[in-house]
Design a protein around this ligand. Structure first.
Ligand code: F6R
Length: 360
């Protein structure tokens, strides 16, 4: 049941400290500074030359997060929409790892892309929440995110766990490909270990409800981020439109000036995500929107320069840039939830949507 919560979505947002601890458990070893994945011996990924991640919807945003983390770790990788894969898949061979990212393991588009990649000779792996799902049975290997069942149609805790699982996997692939510890995990591993606590802190003391009510009469909601903040901006917008039925869009911060700025008015709040990846540029992009009258809500640490510039802010604790976007995402989940609640939407079952999409 929902227990003390009004909706499964809110319950699942609040489960993230636990579900993330479960995703990480036994997989990081801060003592020797390495990543251990059940079923994958050291060097298991050494032959891999490039990685394609395939997924839909929120899982695509997690896949993009993982792909950017791989690129940042020096591994060639692309995230692809599974429903586009059959018409325009990049070539694969036996040194290509194709990762199907799917919470349910039953999404038809993703299964089709997985089958296609497999038949063309790629090595396949699925990152999924459901043991015994079709994806888990059909892919060569599976990594389970261990998030527990998710009832709300809008994916929340499974997104965080997918992104964390892919962050770990990215570092492992980079290490194996280099044949030695390549990734700099000294900073990342302790921050990963404290992330569940940090999320607990956000959940017990967030201004998201107040922010949702302050901007509830807006015309459209924009989310911007750079680097790993970009998939989080896309996810922030998808969650917002899914459950509030209001218009929302996510953009790469630097793209705002290439077109979307034409839409910016005092009625379009801009949520700007700061991950520590060229934040000064993102701040400039946010200020360009502010100059056109848009209120800017900075999602960043308390002592960040963006706090002085922005009209409002949502605080996240200091952490590694590999993880900061996931803390920001929790604040954005809460904003969407409270915005939808103010509008009295059926949060757990938005109109026209299903939890598992088994048609093409
Ligand atoms: C959005 C949402 C969907 C799913 C998508 C893929 O909140 O839940 O966008 O992410 O339908 O589903 P899975 O991960 O089961 O393949």
């Amino acid at each position: 049941g929902k227990g003390e919560y009004d909706h499964f979505m809110l319950k699942e947002i609040h489960e993230q400290p636990t579900s993330l601890a479960q995703a990480i458990e036994g997989r990081i070893d801060p003592e020797n500074g390495r990543i251990a994945l059940d079923g994958f011996e050291p060097g298991a990924f050494e032959e891999i030359e490039s990685v394609q991640l395939i997924a839909c919807g929120t899982s695509y945003h997690a896949a993009l997060y993982g792909s950017l983390a791989l690129n940042q770790a020096g591994v060639e990788s692309t995230a692809l929409l599974a429903n586009e894969y059959s018409v325009a898949a990049p070539p694969v061979d036996e040194d290509t790892l194709v990762i199907a990212v799917t919470q349910s393991g039953e999404t038809a588009d993703t299964l089709n892309a997985l089958r296609q990649a497999k038949s063309e000779g790629a090595d396949t792996l699925t990152v999924t929440n459901v043991v015994g799902s079709t994806a888990a049975r059909e892919a060569d290997d599976a990594l389970f995110i261990r998030a527990g069942p998710e009832i709300g149609v809008a994916a929340t805790k499974t997104f965080s766990s997918q992104a964390v699982m892919l962050t770990l996997l990215a570092q492992r692939i980079a290490d194996d490909a280099a044949g030695e510890p390549a990734a700099d995990l000294e900073a990342l591993l302790p921050d990963l270990a404290t992330m569940p606590e940090q999320i607990e802190g956000i959940l017990t003391d967030s201004d998201a409800e107040w922010i949702a009510s302050r901007y509830q009469d807006s015309r459209s909601y924009f989310f911007i981020g750079r680097g790993l903040g970009y998939p989080v901006a896309l996810e922030g917008a998808l969650k917002f439109k899914e459950i509030t039925y209001e218009h929302a869009e996510g953009f790469a911060s630097g793209e705002l000036k290439h077109g979307p700025l034409a839409l910016v008015t005092p009625e379009t709040p801009v949520f700007a995500i700061f991950t520590g990846e060229e934040d000064e540029k993102t701040l400039k992009n946010a200020e360009e929107a502010q100059t056109r009258g848009a209120p800017v809500v900075a999602v960043c640490p308390e002592d960040h320069r963006a706090v002085e510039v922005a009209d409002a802010h949502l605080e996240i604790p200091e952490t590694d840039p590999d993880l900061a976007g996931l803390l920001a995402n929790v604040q954005l989940q809460l904003v969407s939830y409270y915005a939808a609640d103010l509008l009295d939407r059926p949060i757990d079952k938005p109109r026209n949507l299903a939890k598992s999409v088994t048609v093409e």
